[in-house]
Design a protein around this ligand. Structure first.
Ligand code: NI
Length: 168
């Protein structure tokens, strides 16, 4: 298990457009494992490769349904993710980011999205997400284009103890 260093603003790597994953070999597998470990250790619900200073289109997401605590969190590893459809309906929600310590913000996101990409073995996958999961995917995918949630936020503030926001 290796915990990677999570970079924070204003590191310029967080502002770069990441490149596509083309090699799913040993080094990539190692990166995936380390990103999962790093996300869990943080703890966070998602992590994008640029946050660990790797300019690659790779995200990991692990999120459990808070309505149903019996269901174990589901882990997603997605390379080269793309939104293929999104609901017209948008919803406001509170986000935080491991790369922007000490702040949360309110961001409008699509309520539902369909995402396609490649799993950790390079096989095509499609994911339909709604609610918080849809929000996490949109937040993580933004990181691959150098976008940080504070760019989209209608307001940003220092959280009080009662403001709980998932970190990614
Ligand atoms: Ni983030």
């Amino acid at each position: 298990m290796a915990i990677l260093e999570i970079t924070t603003v204003p590191d310029p790597i967080l502002r770069k457009k990441a490149h596509k994953v083309t090699d799913f070999g040993k080094e990539f597998q190692e990166l995936v494992k380390n990103m999962i470990d790093t996300m869990r250790e943080a703890p966070g619900v998602g992590l994008a490769a640029p946050q660990v200073s790797v300019p690659m289109r790779l995200i990991v997401v692990e999120y459990g349904d808070e309505e149903n605590e019996e269901t174990p969190p589901k882990l997603y590893v997605l390379a080269n993710p793309e939104i293929i459809s999104a609901s017209e309906e948008k919803v406001d929600g509170i986000e935080g980011c491991l790369s922007v310590p000490g702040l949360v913000g309110e961001v409008e996101r699509h309520a539902m999205i369909s995402v396609k990409g490649l799993n950790r073995h390079g096989k095509p996958v499609k994911i339909n997400a709604e609610g918080w999961l849809a929000r996490i995917f949109q937040h993580e995918m933004d990181h691959l284009d150098g976008v940080i949630y504070t760019d989209r936020a209608t307001k940003v503030w220092k959280p009080k103890p009662e403001d709980e926001a998932p970190l990614d």
